[in-house]
Design a protein around this ligand. Structure first.
Ligand code: NOJ
Length: 560
C-alpha cells in the first residue's frame, strides 16, 4: 500500500454556521472555529473539511457560491481564513475546502453576465436552452428542492431561454462542456492550493456531465414525492459517459500535479464502479464517500449489509483504490438517532458506532457533534426548520392535500436540520454556541448533552472518541490491515479482524438493544487476546468460551 497522509488521517467536518459564534450574531464563524482548534487537537483529528464558507446568499447554506475566491462576510474575511489555516497547520491539522463545481449561485458574476445576452462572453458558462415550440420547458426534468412548479428549468425573460438548475433556481448548473469555464475553475482551484489548503471535498462531482440532447426522464427516483409531473431521475445526470474525461482533466491540471487530497461526494458511486474513479492509476480522485451504508433515504444498515458493504469496499482498497468511513454528515440525521439508540443506550451505541467508523478500512470522516453523541431534533412547526429540501417537501405535501401533521411526520425524521442544530458546548443558554439568537434553534437536549459535561467524565463519548482515535494512530493494522469477518451469519454481532504483518486486531460489536450470545470461533479461542478498548469497562465478554454480550457492547483486542 502506497503511504499517503490522508490514508492515516482522521477528518473532521465543520459546518461553520453551526459550530461556534465569536461575535454574537447567531451564526458560527471562522474566529469561533479558531477558538476551538485546541479542542480539535485534543480530540486527535488530523484534518478539517469545511463545508462551503465562500461568499454566498445562503440559499443552500453555502452550496450556492457567489464568489469562489472570497469568504462569506458572516463567517469572516480571507485574512481570518489565512490565519486559521496557518494556525491549524502549526498545530499539525490540515484543511480541505468544499468545492461546489456542479453549480454556482445565480448571484455569481458569471451568471449575472451569462443572463445578459445570448452573445455575452459568459453565456456558455451555464446551460441555456430555448423553450419548446409551445413555450414550455426544454424537457421534463424535476428539480431536487421541489421548488416552483417542480421543473429543473427556469425561464429567463431577458433572453427568452431556460437555464438548467438541478437544485434551486438560485443554483444554476455550470456548463462543463465549455473549455473557458473549465480553465477558470482550474485557476481557482490552484489559487486555493497556492494559499496552502491541503485538498478538496468535491460536491456531487458525478453530476458534472449532462446527457447529450437533454432527453426526457422516464423513471422517477422518489415517485412518492410529487413534482407536478416533472420527473427527478437520479441517474439522468449521474455518471454520464464523459464524466471520467472531465475528472481526469481536472486531475492533470490541478489535483494530480501537486500535493492535494481529494474526496468526492459519491452519488451513484458503489463498490461496483468505485475503481473507475479512485484507482490511483486512473488519475481522477483519491476517494469517494458513498451512500451504500449511510444514506438519509435508505433503511438503516443491518449486520448483514454492513459485512457485505465493508468487504466489497475492502476489495477497492486492495486494488489500489481507497475508501471512506462515515455514518453521518450535514446532509443526514444524527447517526446515534438513526443507527444507534439515542434513548437508553445513547452512550453505548455512540461508542459502538464510533468504533466501526474508526476501525474499518478507509479514512474516517467525523461530523461535528458526533463526538459528544448529539441527537436528532423534533420541532413541531415548519418555521423552526431551515433546510431547503425540508421546506420544499413540506409545502409540496400541503399543496397536494396532506395535513400539517402528515407533512411534519414525513419531514421531522428526514430533515437535514437534525444535523445542523448548533454545537452543544455547555449547559448555559444556547448551549454556549452564541450570546445572540442562534440562526436555527438549539437542540433542547443541550443541558444533558454537551462538551463541557463530557470533558469532565472519563467515561464520556468524547473520552471514548479520543481513545479510539489514538488507537488508530498506534495500530498499523487499522490503516493497512486486511479485513476478515467472523460469525458471518450472526444476526446481532459484527466481529472482524484487521491483520497486517505486524499485528492482528479483533473488533466485536453487538449492534442491538438486546443481549447477544457470542459463539467464539475456534481460531479466536485458540489465541490469547489483550483488550485495548471497550465501552463496558467492568464486564468483559470471555473469549475462551461462549458468553453473553450486552447491548451495544464494543470491544477491541490485540492478538498476543
Ligand atoms: C451536496 C451537499 O452536501 C448538500 O448539502 C447540497 O445541498 C447539495 N450537494 C447541493 O450542492
Amino acid at each position: 500500500m502506497e503511504k499517503k497522509w490522508w490514508k492515516e488521517a482522521v477528518v473532521y467536518e465543520i459546518y461553520t454556521k453551526s459550530f461556534c459564534d465569536s461575535d454574537g450574531d447567531g451564526l458560527g464563524d471562522l474566529k469561533g472555529v479558531m477558538s476551538k482548534l485546541p479542542m480539535l487537537k485534543e480530540l486527535g483529528i488530523d484534518c478539517i473539511w469545511f463545508t462551503p464558507i465562500y461568499k454566498s446568499p445562503q440559499v443552500d447554506n453555502g452550496y450556492d457560491v457567489a464568489d469562489y475566491q472570497d469568504i462569506e462576510p458572516d463567517y469572516g474575511t480571507l485574512d481570518d481564513f489565512k490565519k486559521l489555516l496557518d494556525t491549524a497547520h502549526s498545530m499539525g491539522i490540515k484543511i480541505i475546502m468544499d468545492m461546489v463545481l456542479n453549480h454556482s449561485s445565480d448571484e455569481h458574476y458569471w451568471f449575472q453576465e451569462s443572463r445578459k445576452s445570448k452573445d455575452n462572453p459568459y453565456r456558455n458558462y451555464y446551460i441555456w436552452q430555448p423553450p419548446k415550440a409551445d413555450g414550455s420547458e426544454p424537457n421534463n426534468w424535476g428539480n431536487r428542492f421541489r421548488e416552483g412548479n417542480g421543473s429543473a428549468w427556469e425561464f429567463d425573460e431577458l433572453t427568452g431561454e431556460y437555464y438548467l438548475h438541478q437544485y434551486s433556481k438560485k443554483m444554476p448548473d455550470l456548463n462543463w462542456e465549455y473549455k473557458p469555464l473549465r480553465e477558470e475553475i482550474y485557476k481557482m482551484l490552484n489559487w486555493w492550493l497556492d494559499m496552502g489548503v491541503d485538498g478538496f471535498r468535491l460536491d456531487i462531482f458525478t453530476r458534472l456531465k449532462k446527457p447529450a440532447g437533454f432527453p426526457d426522464a422516464t423513471v422517477a427516483s422518489s415517485p412518492e414525492l410529487d413534482r407536478n409531473g416533472f420527473v427527478l431521475d437520479n441517474n439522468m445526470c449521474t455518471n454520464v459517459e464523459g464524466i471520467h474525461e472531465i475528472l481526469h482533466e481536472i486531475n492533470r491540471n490541478v489535483f494530480g500535479i501537486r500535493p492535494c487530497m481529494t474526496v468526492g461526494e459519491g452519488s451513484g458511486v458503489t463498490y461496483e464502479n468505485a475503481l473507475t474513479f479512485v484507482k490511483a492509476e486512473r488519475e481522477e480522485i483519491d476517494m469517494v464517500y458513498h451512500f451504500q451504508l449511510a444514506a438519509r433515504k435508505r433503511p438503516p444498515f443491518t449486520v448483514e449489509s454492513f459485512r457485505k458493504i465493508q468487504s466489497e469496499w475492502m476489495k477497492v482498497i486492495e486494488n489500489n483504490g481507497w475508501a471512506v468511513q462515515y455514518l453521518s454528515n450535514h446532509d443526514s440525521q444524527r447517526h446515534v438517532s438513526r443507527y444507534g439508540n439515542d434513548k437508553e443506550f445513547r452512550k453505548e451505541s455512540a461508542k459502538a458506532l464510533a468504533t466501526l467508523t474508526l476501525t474499518c478500512p478507509g479514512t474516517p470522516f467525523l461530523y461535528q457533534g458526533e463526538e459528544i453523541g448529539m441527537v436528532n431534533v423534533e420541532y413541531d412547526d415548519i418555521s423552526d426548520y431551515n433546510c431547503c429540501y425540508t421546506i420544499g417537501d413540506y409545502h409540496s405535501m400541503i399543496a397536494n392535500g396532506k395535513t400539517k401533521e402528515e407533512a411534519m411526520a414525513f419531514i421531522v425524521p428526514r430533515s437535514r436540520d437534525n444535523a445542523r442544530t448548533p454545537y452543544q458546548w455547555n449547559g448555559s443558554e444556547n448551549a454556549g454556541f452564541t450570546t445572540g439568537k442562534p440562526w436555527i434553534k438549539v437542540n433542547p437536549k443541550y443541558t444533558d448533552i454537551n462538551l463541557e459535561k463530557d470533558m469532565k467524565d472519563p467515561d464520556s463519548i468524547f473520552a471514548y472518541y479520543k481513545k479510539a482515535i489514538a488507537l488508530r494512530k498506534e495500530h498499523p493494522a487499522i490503516i493497512e490491515g486486511n479485513l476478515k469477518f467472523h460469525l458471518e451469519n450472526d444476526p446481532q454481532i459484527i466481529m472482524y479482524t484487521r491483520e497486517c504483518e505486524k499485528e492482528t486486531l479483533l473488533v466485536i460489536v453487538n449492534l442491538s438493544d438486546n443481549n447477544a450470545k457470542l459463539d467464539i470461533p475456534e481460531e479466536i479461542k485458540s489465541n490469547k487476546w489483550e483488550r485495548l478498548i471497550t465501552n463496558r469497562e467492568n464486564i468483559a465478554p470471555s473469549l475462551d468460551g461462549n458468553t453473553d454480550v450486552l447491548p451495544w457492547n464494543v470491544e477491541v483486542y490485540k492478538k498476543l
